[in-house]
Design a binder for this molecule. Structure first.
Ligand code: PMP
Ligand code: GLN
Length: 381
């Protein structure tokens, strides 16, 4: 069972995935797709190796990839990003977030984290000798309570971490949230670290607002992305960080000594793939999976407080089934019903237990069907 301090010996994703293997459970826990990637992307990776893109890439990333990203953002968001000065390719977004923080924080700085929060943020902040300042999202809407965020700011606040679409709740920010944030930080030196890895996974005609679209905030923000989430290849671990030149310079100063560069064949394949215009629409694909999963779950005794509008995830309350603490409930469900989920308490610094678990619906229909068939026995409990 995970320990109570922020830096756990084994994080909840590894714990639940290992338990899923041990009990031959269906893994709706850790967030990763279980279906094949677009064959064209697979072929491009092979082509990269054949074309001998097999040595170190330049430190900021292959220029063809950074240019393709800049074109993609111009097309999708009408924002202009300088590929040379503002984009750095990273070995995944987790690394990107840590390196952003490491490049701006000094010991004793404070960083505001909106909870529930992706589990790497707080250990990252603590490992840099800094203080995480958690602020809870409102329940059950999972919207930001701006009064509480304002109250958490001190002279020592150096950064705030944002995540939209949000893991684990599937909520997304509205444009007014960005305006609230801009008003709040205007007269400070607070830097925004905006984790937007699920930017293309938004549903029901909702729209993702990127920090890069906000003219004022953009000048003080890092925006972090992951190809894994949009091209269904989480195991490639390739992401990128977009930031104004002064922040990018600081970022690269560290990056050159932490990783230096990122898997070259993958960068080549991603660059070429970005230029293909008829790529599958991952938002539509995931929305169909969410809808299918929710239709299957409709009769089960889980309560949905809020329908996911983005990400891979749907959170649900299990109060009608059990009063076990959430980690124990997730273990019990895996062992007895063969379905692994993620409890929400590890997403809170104080391990708040709201009796909820997170389901990942980024799976084949047959996987979702088999999982829910197993859970159907809960109706008789
Ligand atoms: N941020 C959030 C909110 C995530 O869910 C993930 C998924 N692991 C990441 C960052 C990290 O992405 P990556 O796999 O590219 O490191
Ligand atoms: N982002 C994924 C999740 O939230 C995977 C995280 C991980 O394995 N570290 O499940």
């Amino acid at each position: 069972m995970p320990e109570k301090n922020a830096i756990q010996a084994t994080n909840i994703f590894s714990v639940m995935s290992a338990l899923a293997v041990q009990y031959k459970a269906i893994n709706l826990a850790q967030g990763f797709p279980d279906f094949a990637i677009d064959e064209r992307l697979a072929k491009l990776l092979y082509e990269a190796v054949q074309e001998n893109f097999n040595q170190y890439a330049p430190m900021p990333g292959l220029s063809i990839l950074r240019e393709a990203i800049a074109d993609d953002f111009k097309m999708r968001y009408s924002v202009f990003i300088k590929p040379d000065a503002e984009i750095t390719i990273t070995p995944g977004a987790t690394y990107g977030i840590y390196t952003c923080l490491a490049s701006i924080l000094k010991p004793d700085d404070e960083v505001i984290v909106l909870e529930p929060a992706y589990d790497s943020y707080i250990p990252n902040i603590e490992s840099l000798g800094c203080k995480p300042v958690p602020v809870s999202l409102s329940m059950p809407s999972f919207r930001v309570d701006w009064q509480r965020v304002r109250a958490a700011i001190t002279q020592k606040t150096r950064a705030i971490i944002i995540n939209t679409p949000h893991n684990p709740t599937g909520s997304i920010w509205q444009n007014e949230d960005w305006n609230e944030l801009a008003n709040m930080v205007r007269d400070s030196s607070i830097i925004v670290v905006s984790d937007e890895v699920y930017e293309q996974l938004v549903f029901d005609h909702a729209r993702h607002y990127s920090v890069l679209e906000h003219k004022e905030l953009r000048n003080r923000s890092f925006a972090i992305f992951s190809f894994g989430k949009v091209f269904n290849n989480t195991g490639w671990k390739v992401g990128y960080v977009i930031a104004p030149e002064f922040l990018t310079n600081g970022f690269r100063k560290l990056h050159q000594y932490l990783s230096f560069s990122v898997n070259t064949p993958a960068q080549y394949a991603l660059a070429k793939y970005l230029t293909i215009s008829d790529r599958p629409k991952v938002g539509e694909l995931m929305q169909a999976k969410r809808d299918y999963f929710l239709s299957l779950m409709a009769d089960l005794p889980f309560t949905m407080h809020r329908k996911s509008t983005g990400s891979y995830f749907q959170t649900m309350s299990y109060e009608q089934i059990s009063n076990l603490p959430d980690i124990e409930f997730a273990e019990w469900l895996t062992k007895n019903y063969g379905v692994a989920t993620i409890p929400l308490s590890p997403f809170y610094a104080d391990r708040t237990d709201s009796k909820m678990v997170r389901f990942c619906f980024a799976k084949k229909e047959e996987t979702l069907l088999r999982a829910v068939e197993r859970l159907t026995a809960l109706k008789d409990i």
